[in-house]
Design a protein around this ligand. Structure first.
Ligand SMILES: NC(=O)c1ccc[n+]([C@@H]2O[C@H](COP(=O)([O-])OP(=O)(O)OC[C@H]3O[C@@H](n4cnc5c(N)ncnc54)[C@H](O)[C@@H]3O)[C@@H](O)[C@H]2O)c1
Length: 419
């Protein structure tokens, strides 16, 4: 095996057990792995993957490996790595992995570069750091690359911007666009795991708290509904009138962050935007306010401004930093403003990642077959793949549905029949 960089190989056995535990909840990906093992559709293909190093990702890596791919993995966030999983990937599954939880930015980029040294035919990204580093620093490798996939909203936005600038050198499939991805992963996965992250970090009671959710997209909807389910009084902030209206009709209070800042107990951003909680918001917050982020990058909370406003800070629990402002109010920042569901919890439950990563595996297979026909653009996951994953997921849950009768097919395709 080529190089790797992990925290501690002795963690491998614990990691293996947790990877197997996640696999129980990933029947769709498992069925793809079984087919891949027979058909070997990825034989000889080098893949560089940049994903959160979690138990679910390990099962995706095993699937690609079973398909014949030569795969390496690097972390897609400095704080999301599960060190036992990284150890198992290297020691049990022989997949070169470059990821250490808590690595600094220099190491993070060193790891990305190591993954690029693999000279990939295909890239698999979560947030587009790998693809952007490849385009900026390793243009010599571009001629080898047939295509790539992108996992998350923020990455898809970055890659569409690259394509619009004419800067993207190969086609990308936006896994996030699949309905079987964002409807379930962003909504139910982020919803549940963000609550999990906040609770594990703080152990605060959510019932009765004013919980402010910034952004009412797929993740925000999920988070708001789960916070309400825990008994919080939920406020939504938005910039899009349609999303704001939807939040109002869903029964939430909607107001600008300047108003929410004064009354919130817990804040969580999920926008993909920058400085959503800014200096003037910190100035308005109550003593003891808890602030977290579950969007992709740690820019949603203006941490440099919080630092400037503060007379000091200390770590009071793992993933909880107490900032004491100059007027002695305290603000608690969780997980350094990085996605809290992966920083202090385990990320999305395996059952939703089953669908997200089934999309990844089938999109890789699709890209290999079709790259020559594709332009240097960002493509949605083909609808047949989305439908097939939903069908397999229902089948794995033992749920049957109706099928259209010939009469119904004819009716739905005709325009003559009316009132
Ligand atoms: N934590 C995770 O595991 C996880 C999982 C999936 C996606 N994500 C990330 O979460 C972020 C959101 O993803 P999504 O799929 O919900 O995106 P989305 O585009 O569906 O929703 C984002 C919402 O934020 C709103 N918004 C933008 N700027 C705002 C501001 N200043 N104030 C209030 N609202 C604002 C937008 O109008 C939009 O409705 C992205 O960065 C994505 O990559 C994280």
């Amino acid at each position: 095996m080529s190089g790797f960089d992990i925290k501690d190989p002795k963690l491998a056995e614990g990691g293996r057990l947790r990877i197997e535990w996640a696999e129980r909840e990933m029947p769709v990906l498992r069925s793809i792995r079984e087919r891949f093992a027979k058909e070997r559709p990825l034989s000889g293909v080098r893949i560089s993957a940049c994903l959160h190093v979690t138990t679910e990702t390990a099962n995706l890596m095993r699937t690609l490996q079973a398909g014949g791919a030569d795969v390496v993995l690097t972390a897609s966030n400095p704080l999301s790595t599960q060190d036992d999983v990284a150890a198992a990937l290297v020691n049990v599954f022989e997949i070169p992995t470059f990821a250490i939880k808590g690595e600094d930015n220099v190491t993070y980029y060193k790891h990305l570069r190591a993954a690029l040294d693999h000279q990939p035919h295909l890239t698999m990204d979560d947030g587009a750091d790998l693809v952007s580093t490849l385009h900026k620093e390793r243009r010599d490798l571009l001629s080898n690359v047939l295509g790539g996939t992108e996992e998350t909203t923020t990455g898809v936005i970055r890659l569409r911007a690259m394509a619009a600038d004419g800067a993207l050198a190969f086609p990308i499939i936006a896994v996030n666009d699949a309905l079987t991805k964002h409807l379930f992963d962003n909504r139910y996965g982020t919803g549940q795991s963000t609550i999990d992250g906040i609770v594990r970090a703080t152990n605060v009671l959510l019932a009765g708290k004013v919980f402010v959710v910034a952004g009412y997209g797929w993740c925000g909807r999920g988070l708001a509904s789960r916070a309400r389910g825990m008994g919080s009084n939920v406020i939504v902030t938005e910039v899009d009138p349609l999303k704001a209206l939807e939040a109002v009709m869903d029964g939430y209070r909607v107001m600008p962050m300047t108003e929410a800042a004064k009354i919130g107990d817990i804040f969580c951003t999920v926008t993909g935007d920058i400085n959503v909680i800014d200096r003037h918001h910190f100035e308005l917050m109550k003593d003891g306010a808890i602030v977290a982020n579950s969007g992709h990058f740690n820019v949603e909370i203006n941490i440099p401004a919080l630092e400037e406003l503060s007379q000091g800070k200390r770590l009071v629990r793992p993933f909880v930093e107490e900032y004491t402002l100059k007027d002695d109010r305290r603000i608690y920042l969780l997980g350094e403003g990085r996605l809290i569901n992966l920083a202090s919890a385990e990320g999305h439950p395996a059952s939703v990642m089953d669908m997200s990563f089934a999309n990844q595996a089938l999109s890789v297979e699709y890209m290999l077959k079709h790259h020559a026909e594709l332009e240097k653009k960002v493509y949605s996951v083909p609808e047949v793949i989305d439908q097939e994953i939903a069908r397999l997921k229902l089948e794995s849950m033992g749920i049957e549905i109706d099928t259209l009768t010939p009469e119904q097919i004819q009716y739905l395709n005709s325009w003559e029949e009316g009132t």
